[in-house]
Design a binder for this molecule. Structure first.
Ligand code: BGP
Length: 460
């Protein structure tokens, strides 16, 4: 083997409740913002396909976990749907949901697959969104209770917990760039949402560490998009630094170091966008940082200095400070429109090693969404050599990072199976396993057989 990974390396894949469970109106589940948004504005969704149409993990979890085992997974990430567990966001738990998640967890453990459980993957219960969602400090308290409930219900068996997946995405999508509900453009509200998310994270971490029957770890999953300047000119360097500040350090700092970068605070203050804080928050954040960090990595950010000054009357958005550019000769996933830059994963991990105390980490999402994959079927199987290549190249850089001392423990593909995506429904397919949306039939792709060998040999 040329690339051998450390013993006990985590091989697996990641999913989220809304994207795989289905049964959106079954089993006592309450509504979340996706159910609601789809009902009210179905044409916002690709092909008008909404979150009712998934791979239906709710009814197929046994079969799916069997397949996970089959392809060598030793870990698997799922999220708990808040609105399934506590339908209105607050109050009594839904017993059918408890049974469902217990069954899933037990089934995984019976197959020696360690569950990684995330508490929030973009899916705010509708009632709480109607109270202002993350803009409302009381929702933070509701989240804390929900998190504690989960720890008490499942913490005897689940040892890896995550407070949020990509907390910046609801901020960008819902409050800056119009691709998540409630789709407004308002930087001050965005800053409040971002801030309360971090407070919620710290509160969940605090509760978790206070429960003495728990011996697991808790962390957060961030989508890190390393920022590369077009040139070494001061203006390009500054543009890149600010992009990094808004999109990476805004969450990495408070979640891992327990404080905000001063430069960010100053920019927000100067532009009148500072969020409201409470006494005691500073200590809360400082004392409740993540034990472990999940890194979702898809693409780098290529940045250059702003060519035209922004119109001061336009709403304040991070891109007031930088422009994007396309790097000549870049490798592309043309289906998703994302640049492929495998070395990014190494740069992220080295940054964590050098500037974030070498926190225990893993690649919690990485993957390649491809359209019309049935074009590649041969003898009934999708020959996704491009996916194998994609994973391999990223793993090579991850391997190098580990050799150079990065504390990184695993690799999860997005995703286990083709699943429903927020705005793109089934346009881009990501799985090791393909799924027929009508019949729900599951079929392994070539990459599934490949990853099985990789996990078995712990390398390639
Ligand atoms: C991440 C999300 C996932 C997933 C993935 C692929 O940002 O955590 O939920 O959807 O991206 O992106 P998309 O489905 O938009 O192609």
């Amino acid at each position: 083997l040329q690339y051998k990974f450390p013993e006990g390396f985590w091989w697996g894949s990641a999913t989220s409740a809304t994207q795989i469970e289905g049964a959106a109106n079954e089993g006592g589940k309450g509504q979340n913002i996706w159910d609601y948004w789809y009902k009210t504005e179905p044409n916002r969704f690709f092909d008008n396909v909404g979150p009712e149409s998934t791979s239906d993990f709710y009814h197929h979890y046994k079969e799916d976990i069997h397949l996970m085992k089959e392809i060598g997974h030793n870990t698997f990430r799922l999220s708990i749907s808040w609105s399934r567990l506590i339908p209105g966001g607050r109050g009594e738990v839904n017993p059918e949901a408890v049974t469902f998640y217990n069954n899933v967890i037990d089934e995984l453990l019976a197959k020696d697959i360690e569950p990684f459980v995330n508490l929030f993957h973009f899916d705010m219960p509708l009632e709480l969104q109607n109270e202002g969602g993350w803009e409302n400090r009381e929702v933070v308290e509701a989240y804390k209770k929900y998190a504690e409930k989960c720890f008490r219900l499942f913490g005897d068996r689940v040892k890896k917990w995550f407070t949020f997946n990509e907390p910046i995405v609801p901020v960008e999508g819902g409050y800056l760039y119009d691709f998540h509900y409630p789709n407004v453009v308002d930087a001050k509200r965005a800053a409040q949402v971002a801030y309360h998310t971090i407070v919620a994270h710290a509160k969940a971490v605090e509760v978790f560490h206070s429960l003495d029957f728990i011996d697991g770890k808790i962390g957060i999953i961030l989508n890190l998009t390393p920022s590369y300047p077009r040139s070494q000119n001061p203006a390009d360097l500054r543009a890149s630094r600010i992009a990094d500040l808004f999109f990476n350090r805004s969450f990495l700092y408070p979640a891992v170091l327990g404080k905000y970068p001063q430069e960010l605070v100053e920019i927000l203050r100067e532009h009148g966008q500072l969020p409201v804080t409470q006494k005691g928050d500073r200590e809360l954040l400082l004392n409740n940082t993540a034990d472990i960090l999940g890194v979702n990595y898809y693409q780098p950010r290529r940045v250059k200095a702003k060519e035209h000054l922004p119109n001061p009357y336009s709403p304040f958005v991070p891109d007031w400070f930088f422009d994007h550019y396309e790097m000549p000769g870049r490798k592309m996933n043309k289906y998703r429109g994302w640049e492929i830059y495998e070395k990014g994963i190494y740069d992220i991990m080295m940054n964590l090693k050098e500037n974030y105390g070498n926190i225990e980490s893993f690649v919690s999402e990485n993957g390649m969404g491809v359209q019309d994959e049935h074009r590649f079927i041969k003898d009934g199987e999708i020959q996704d050599d491009y996916r194998i290549e994609f994973i391999k190249e990223h793993l090579k850089w991850l391997h190098k990072a580990i050799e150079e001392g990065c504390n990184t423990k695993g690799y999860h593909l997005w995703s286990f199976m083709d699943n429903w995506s927020w705005m793109n429904a089934y346009k881009n397919r990501y799985g090791f396993v393909s799924m027929d949306v009508e019949s729900k039939k599951r079929t392994l792709k070539k990459s599934a057989h490949w990853i099985k060998e990789v996990s078995k040999n712990n390398g390639f």
